[in-house]
Write a protein that binds this ligand. Sequence first.
Ligand SMILES: [Zn+2]
Length: 371
Amino acid sequence: MSSADRTHLNERTSVPDHGPADCKTAGIRMHVEDISAGGNAALEPGVFFEMGATLPDAAPHPAPALEIPLPGVDDAEGARVPEGLPPVVDAHVHVFPEPLCEAVWAWFARHGWPIRYRLHAPQLVEFLQARGVDHLVALHYAHKPGVARELNRFVAQLVRRYPQVTGMATVFPGEDGDETILREAFDLGLAGVKLHSHVQCFDMQSPGMHRIYALCARLGKPLIMHVGREPKSPAYACDPYALCDSRRLEAVLHGYPELRVCVPHLGADEYAEYQRLIEDHENLWLDTTMALARYLPLPDPPALEDLRADRIMFGSDLPNIPYAWDRELRHLAAMGLAQDRLTRLLSTNAGEFYGIDLPPPVNQHAPVERI
Ligand SMILES: [Zn+2]
């Protein structure tokens, strides 16, 4: 960790107490140390939290939005991608080494929702391929310093084994050697960077984050970062409502016009603000993960027809979902969206954002006419 980061950390405010925070970091840490040779010492609990002094005030902390754990859904699943859809890029799936995957799922079962498909990375890739999904963007995140290299190597191996997978790199914001870690990951073939503010508890204006923005902007690498406030859990070590605010992201978008950013979940729950941000900023994209499922107890997002067509990507969040793998694809197929919007949503936008070489846009699933 750099001295600038340490100074910043020393200036932090106290960590909000969210009660049962015994699980996520502690549980995963145990498992990660099994898989991570020479990982750093465990984090002190307070070291997660950084606060910037010059940022807009965060929204007041509401009561936790989720009654957790939420129930699983036993909805019927399809055997294939619904007929009539254009080729599908799933721009948001999660891959971790097996022990970490198990730890994440145990956390979800206790603090989020039951995981319906307990698919480890290779099985997940083959599961989706067998059902007609053409390409995946594989995401992961480092929950503490010292583990990103190992995780990035794992994803790079997956990418080498499966050409239909585009892999992202991760880093723990502010950790020692952060830029080198990312450069090494790009050299291994990873296409961009994934960060998760709820897990990594970063402040979007911390020095470590500025190094990531600058590097990605300079190298033309996309950055996908979960900086929406939902779905939050009181089990996280920090309060997403204190860290995530669309105005803070807007400051980043202004500061780094060359940086391309994707925010998952349509920016939940600040849907209206993110709807405006993609109108105003040429460097922001959103993905739809979980926002089309009608599962989370959040307000409905805007209709897809009302969102800028060239900025939205489909993503499933598999395997960490509690409902059928194709639930959101079936919703999409039933919406009657114009074919060009559907094609952009399901493949072209992700292809452009992540730099994926896609096959020509022919309907390879079924010769069904759509509106
Ligand atoms: Zn996700």
